[in-house]
Design a protein around this ligand. Structure first.
Ligand code: FES
Ligand code: FE2
Length: 325
């Protein structure tokens, strides 16, 4: 499965503390924990001894290093997954066959990322992360009862603003969406020339205006929108969408903000995102089928250029998880 060779976000970095954290990815249960160097570790959430959930266990010190201890018989596993102790047979040196199943991890954009199988696709880019002018903040997670593709497509969709986000990101009286262009990139595509009429394009706006957007698909389940600088402004706001495909029809969503608002509280910035996304969520969860219908069955209009490009991209890359083909 090609999806298993890609990096996926599984938890906010700050959510992974001193205890093992159960997470799910691509219909697999995983346990995350931090070793003594603070490095995130991810194992299949199943003890190789009797199949117990390792996430019910605890982090212990073993020979001066952190290890994950199974709650059932106390077997201990080091950061690389190797079994370092069989508690009932402490003088026995456990062979490699007794190891927990460890997966690769990385931390970036405020998130812990996991790859289940080796691959050569890099982590989804989020260049705004490195811009020192921009303030970074993670929003979420949101658990949504639909396939990951539906969520990405919604994020790329401009023409729902006047209806779903009436009075916030759009207005019912201004439903027209001007044309925009879509160009393929090595990781997906970029949509430029996007414009949306917004009564309140961010928390600080007081009057409506046309806002210029740029959207980029950076991975099958990651996208970045940039609100380009408007007249009399010299800044941009960037929002990354990072979706974890939990199951074919269940997803976990984070937004990474990289914004110029350095004054508002974290809570205020999160509250705005929360308002917007909880407007989207019931619509997303109502869509049938929950898996993105790549084989057809839905009709399109010219405004759906991004959606069409997204579906084409998934089809061409052989992405099937959360899709109907
Ligand atoms: S099931 Fe984990 S130690 Fe026995
Ligand atoms: Fe929306």
């Amino acid at each position: 499965m090609i999806e298993a060779t890609l990096w996926h976000p599984v938890a906010g970095s700050e959510a992974l503390g001193a205890s093992p954290l159960p997470v799910r990815l691509l219909s697999q249960d995983l346990v995350l924990w931090r070793d003594d160097a603070g490095r995130a570790r991810a194992f299949t959430d199943r003890c190789p001894h009797r199949g117990t959930r390792l996430s019910l266990g605890r982090i212990v010190q073993h020979d001066g290093r952190a290890a994950l201890e199974c709650p059932y018989h106390g077997w201990r596993f080091g950061g690389d997954g190797a079994c370092v102790l069989i508690a009932s047979q402490p003088s026995f040196a456990p062979p490699t066959s007794h190891a927990a199943c460890a997966h690769e991890t990385q931390e970036a954009h405020g998130l812990v990322w996991v790859r289940l199988q080796p691959g050569d696709t890099p982590l989804p880019a989020f260049e705004a992360e490195a811009d020192p002018q921009l303030r970074k903040l993670l929003c979420g997670p949101y658990d949504v009862a639909t396939g990951a593709g539906r969520i990405v497509e919604n994020f790329l969709d401009l023409s729902h603003f006047g209806f779903v986000h009436d009075g916030w990101l759009g207005e019912r009286a201004q439903p027209q969406t001007p044309g925009y262009s879509v160009q393929a990139t090595p990781t997906g595509f970029v949509a430029t020339g996007c414009k949306a009429w917004q009564p309140q394009s961010n928390r600080l706006s007081t009057e409506g205006s046309w806002v210029d957007y740029r959207y980029e698909l950076t991975a099958p389940f990651s996208a970045v929108l940039t609100k380009l600088p408007q007249a009399q402004e010299d800044y941009r706001d960037v929002i990354g969408l990072f979706v974890c495909p939990l199951d074919e029809e269940r997803s976990r969503v984070w937004f990474r903000l990289a914004v110029t608002d350095h004054d508002s509280s974290d809570d205020a910035l999160r509250a705005f995102q929360h308002t917007i996304f909880t407007q989207d969520q019931p619509v997303l969860e109502s869509q049938q089928p929950k898996r993105l219908p790549l084989a057809g069955g839905e009709v399109h209009c010219a405004t759906d250029r991004s959606s069409a490009a997204y579906r084409r991209f998934l089809s061409e890359r052989g992405i099937r998880f959360g899709a109907l083909t």
